[in-house]
Design a binder for this molecule. Sequence first.
Ligand code: NAD
Ligand code: ZN
Length: 247
Amino acid sequence: MEDFIKKLRKVIFNSKKLVAFTGAGVSSESGIPTYRGTGGLWNKYDPSKYASYNYFLEDPSYYWQFFRDVRYPLLKPAKPNAAHYVLVELEKRGILNQLITQNIDGLHQMAGQTNVCELHGNTRQIKCMDCKNKFTMDEIFQQIKKEVPPHCSCGGLLRPDVVLFGESLPQEALKAWHAAQTCDTFLVVGSSLLVYPAAQIPLIAKENNAVLVIINIDETPLDHKADLVIQKSASGVLSGIIREAKS
Ligand code: NAD
Ligand code: ZN
């Protein structure tokens, strides 16, 4: 058994209250590109336009073209990968207490995770800015094939049910802060830890004496605070701990 797997297993299986915090790196092996890091989407498209609330109000068609031509075709066929399934397995075994995600792709839920706190919403859901009616991305895709931006039958502009830059986090985020304050082990998987306020959450766990583990292919600015840093692929590392647990 590789040394880092041994260490990780010990930390995870000895924890009394484990919290996992995931980012785009967990979904990269499902074919959804990350924003930053190798192969990141932002090397190609301009986030100051498609991910900004102010820009969305100024020109909503930019976001919707990006959704139609890039986001939807990536999201539609995407399936959870081994990393998502190991986190489900840890929840089923009563080890993982809370999963916090920055991802907006819904793959944790698709894998069967039930205790998910979505910090940045879910891009599969669309809502009307006026009457607040909700729609699925499939329903809206039919409309945006013909025209962008799409509108509700009430005439209101439709927007993704996600947190854009310039917007505050949803009420649900309070759960994440509470989980970080009360856990004894905090496991970061596949996040650059560059997006605030989300990246503050692992720090809160550390300040409350939790063991901090970071699994991410690239370095993160919080590596020096972590008790264990594993610079490898999320699916490889996480399947390692379950495989070893079964044998
Ligand atoms: P990020 O793109 O900033 O960082 C992802 C990190 O994952 C990078 O540091 C990269 O090195 C690492 N990585 C890539 N593949 C990996 C793998 N197989 N195993 C382990 N690590 C891997 O992502 P973030 O930190 O989640 O950034 C936050 C913002 O990006 C959030 O606001 C989130 O909503 C958004 N985002 C979400 C998705 C998604 O829902 N799948 C995709 C892109 C961006
Ligand atoms: Zn409406």
